[in-house]
Design a protein around this ligand. Structure first.
Ligand code: ATP
Ligand code: MG
Length: 573
């Protein structure tokens, strides 16, 4: 992994659109068909969101279709749990595959017949060298490979052995089917790549029907061709596989299986690299398995199940993908770009509420203990159509500790000895006294209010106060658990080498975990929040956007996750 440059802001371009538009204009393609082809061996992460938004987004834009294809050709690592999670994540992002839901494993019979056709045309052979011999026989980047002694085996014998492989007559690793291309090709992928291997393993969908499984490089292009994919979009690391992709679809088309004029074309784009997270299923599985996080859906994880729990929105992801553009060269996107996209959307849709995260008791001396003043507050400052709500103001309130300073610093306009402050949506309050608790912190502040200063009433503005603070009624507050998250990793590129590292030092990305990424507090909030339903989103004024946790919230007992702060708190350092 390379160190991310300090700021990369790729221009939001999308060269894939140009390719598609040219293809449509020239009549090379009449219907755009894309696909999202995850392997069900883990949950989807933010990188996959990019691929999903691109594939489904392009299909939407050009009135085409996008297939959801589970690329389940590797039986030992795949599971139905992952299939379900993938489907639900794609749906959550707002995309719909309609009737186009496929599994590569549904093509096993067809793929096998393609193997047979390749053998018949002299394009594939069964090799019985050991895995080590195959590897060493491939040569290196500077040295050509050497032909397998089994390369020129007769077609009939290849057919018989391939069939025996399928019938389970040979143990794992004893035989493979290889393409017969060119052992001297400068592209290592073209040096007689392995197409099929024997694996006596149970498959989560096909059970024990098969004991040979196709490799990704074989199954993927041919699945694209079977489905009539027009534009097969993948990440840059597959650029070197493109010649093999083309070779396979052409050779199988020549054998009569596909229309040669309508073969899929592969296009590569730069994968999403995001600072402060890791985007690799293998590493994410490691975090789950070692118990660093509570699971794939731990709101600190960069997985889509976790994003949902965290309160990130599908609209935010779509905006993020649009804004970060599609490029041909690798770059890094700063995590704050994603957060800004979430803020933009949440600002639009999240009703405002009040919670006090660090409560300090405020006593209003000129209110009776049983007195309740209804204060009206808009649900959204710019959207009157979202209505208003009533907040009860009572003799005892909670305010934020930081909103009162015994010895105010310069520029501090909130409550202070001798001063006045406006209780938002309520009255102007004037300082009376305060007391200090055993811990040395202020324990209580006493004020009196000007009863003719209630917000929204005539004359209320005659009180010139600079500071406005938020509050909740102590007697009527609802107390709830709130989870405050910080970055899961404390460095931008977890696991990357840093300046001054000894040459032999190998960093483990887990050493870069932020030990303080989760803070739990139980805090008072507006009474109406008691009835928040799972996934309801709010802005808690001054504290950020919050969502009622999807998993742990109970009726009348919601738990709130902070999705994102109101401003980029990291930029302040
Ligand atoms: P990982 O590298 O995390 O294991 P993967 O690429 O092996 O992911 P797949 O299930 O094969 O996972 O991915 C499905 C699709 O998502 C592929 O087309 C892949 O190119 C794309 N994809 C994976 N990671 C990213 C990323 N960081 N940015 C953009 N697309 C990605
Ligand atoms: Mg993969």
């Amino acid at each position: 992994m390379t160190t991310p440059p300090s700021s990369t802001q790729p221009a939001p371009s999308n060269f894939l659109r140009h390719i598609i538009e040219d293809d449509l204009a020239a009549g090379r393609v009449t219907q755009v068909v894309t696909r999202f082809p995850p392997e069900p061996n883990g949950y989807l992460h933010f990188g996959h969101a990019k691929s999903i938004c691109l594939n489904f987004g392009l299909a939407e834009r050009y009135q085409g279709v996008c297939h959801l294809r589970l690329d389940d050709t590797n039986p030992t690592k795949e599971d139905q749990e992952y299939v379900d999670a993938i489907e639900s994540a794609v749906r959550w992002l707002g995309f719909n595959w309609g009737s186009h839901h496929y599994f590569a494993s549904d093509y096993f019979e067809k793929l096998y017949s393609f193997g047979v056709s390749l053998i018949q045309a002299g394009h594939a052979y069964v090799d019985e060298q050991s895995a080590d011999d195959i590897r060493s026989g491939r040569g290196t980047l500077t040295q050509p490979g050497r032909n397998s002694p089994f390369r020129d085996r007769a077609i009939d014998e290849n057919l018989r052995l391939f069939q025996e492989m399928r019938e389970g007559k040979h143990p794992d690793g004893s035989l493979v089917l290889r393409a017969k291309i060119d052992m001297a090709s400068p592209n290592m992928n073209m040096r007689d790549p392995v197409l099929y291997r024997i694996r006596h393993a149970h498959h989560h969908r096909t059970g024990d029907a098969w004991c040979i499984y196709p490799l990704y490089d074989f199954a993927h292009p041919l699945s694209d061709a079977i489905e009539g994919i027009s534009h097969s979009i993948c990440t840059l690391e597959f650029e070197d596989h493109r010649p093999l992709y083309n070779w396979l679809v052409e050779k199988v088309a020549e054998a009569g299986h596909f229309n040669k004029a309508k073969l899929p074309q592969q296009y590569e784009f730069a994968r999403l690299n995001l600072t402060y997270v890791v985007l690799s299923k293998r590493k994410l599985i490691e975090l789950v398995d070692t118990g660093v996080v509570t699971g794939w859906d731990d709101p600190r994880m960069p997985s889509l199940v976790a994003a949902r729990r965290r309160g990130y929105t599908p609209e935010g992801f779509r905006q993020f993908v649009e804004q970060s553009g599609v490029s041909k060269s690798d770059g890094w996107i700063d995590y704050t770009v994603l957060e800004d996209c979430m803020r933009n959307h949440l600002n639009e849709v999240a009703p405002r509420r009040v919670a006090v995260l660090d409560p300090l008791k405020l006593v209003i001396e000129n209110l009776e203990a049983d007195e309740v003043v209804d204060c009206e507050a808009p649900n959204h400052p710019q959207k009157p159509e979202l209505g208003r709500r009533t907040m009860p103001l009572t003799r005892e309130l909670y305010i934020e500790h930081e909103d009162f300073m015994v010895e105010p610093s310069k520029g501090f306009f909130r409550l202070q000895p001798g001063g006045r402050v406006r209780l938002k949506y309520g009255f102007v309050a004037e300082y009376v006294s305060h007391s200090i608790g055993e811990d040395g912190r202020v324990a209580e502040v006493r004020v009196s209010i000007f009863k003719d200063s209630q917000s929204g009433t005539p004359g209320a503005d005659n009180y010139k106060v600079k500071g406005v603070i938020h509050w909740v009624s102590a007697s009527q507050a609802h107390w709830a658990e709130v989870r405050l998250f910080d970055r899961l990793f404390k460095v931008a590129a977890p696991g990357a080498r840093r300046e001054g590292d000894a040459p032999e030092l190998e960093r483990d990305f887990k050493d870069d975990l932020n030990p303080n990424s989760l803070q739990l507090v139980r805090v008072p909030m507006e009474p109406s929040l008691k009835s928040a339903q799972a996934e309801d989103r709010f802005q808690f004024e001054r504290h950020g956007y919050f969502v009622a946790d999807l998993v742990d919230s109970q009726p009348d007992e919601p738990i709130f996750n902070r999705t994102v702060t109101l401003k980029d708190s990291w930029a302040k350092g």
